[in-house]
Design a protein around this ligand. Structure first.
Ligand SMILES: *Cc1c(COP(=O)(O)O)cnc(C)c1O
Length: 227
């Protein structure tokens, strides 16, 4: 028999506390972002009933279809955008997400600054996605451009940048990427580090992750991506 969402959540949460404590960090140092992409609202509800409040989605439209109704019932729900953001979806994203983890290019940063200048939005915190593996098919600012980009976002555009996010290449040793992300964040005094997924969150917590984005270890396997 497969474990329930509640059981898996309890196990992951207990592990995050144990890992943080073992690393000499506070027990609540790591926030669990439960990645519910492709999963039905019923699965999200099961997680909500088990006390989970922070979720990650990678598509704006999917999040808008699933979350507003759940949010009416659970006003303290927090939603993270963890997938690429097109500027034509920006307005909707700023109404739906509490955190956008995928600020990855100057054009998007400029558009965000314009949107913030226009008035209040839901999104309170932004993370800059760094393409630590310099993979051409992957989003994120290149490591060698990261310092200038972060400075520009914070100092000139006054964006609420809370930290950095990365998705290591699938076939690479993730700890190199986690260490690189941590060192860039440290130079800029950025506190939030979103790194670690189902396969590598233990390592990520040991290397200072403040947010882990865990999908399949909680909700089960997803169907293969159809481009
Ligand atoms: C899907 C996804 C995750 C979760 O992946 P799992 O391996 O299912 O834990 C984390 N981060 C991002 C950016 C994702 O797209």
């Amino acid at each position: 028999m497969t474990d329930s969402i509640r059981t898996r959540l309890d196990n992951v949460r207990a592990e995050l506390v144990a890992l943080a404590t073992a690393a000499g960090r506070p027990a609540d140092a790591v926030q669990l972002v439960a990645v519910s992409k492709t999963k039905p609202a019923d699965a999200v509800r099961e997680a909500l009933d088990a006390g989970q409040r922070r979720f990650g989605e990678n598509r704006v439209q999917e999040a808008i279809a699933k979350f507003p109704a759940l949010r009416d019932e659970f006003p303290d729900l927090a939603l993270h955008l963890i997938g690429p953001l097109q500027t034509n979806k920006l307005k909707e994203a700023l109404e739906c997400f509490d955190v956008i983890e995928t600020v990855d290019r100057p054009k998007l940063a400029e558009a965000l600054a314009q949107a913030y200048a226009k008035g209040p939005v839901r999104t309170r915190a932004l993370l800059i996605q760094v393409n630590t593996g310099e993979e051409p098919q992957k989003a994120g600012i290149a490591p060698r451009e990261a310092d200038d980009f972060i400075r520009d976002c914070v100092e000139r555009l006054k964006l609420p940048i809370a930290g950095l996010m990365c998705i290591p290449p699938v076939d690479d040793e993730p700890s190199l990427h986690f260490a690189l992300l941590h060192s860039i964040a440290r130079r800029h005094g950025l506190a939030a580090l979103s790194m670690g997924m189902s396969a590598d969150y233990r390592l990520a917590v040991q290397q200072g992750a403040t947010h882990v984005r865990i999908g399949s270890a909680i909700f089960g396997e997803r169907p293969p991506v159809s481009a």
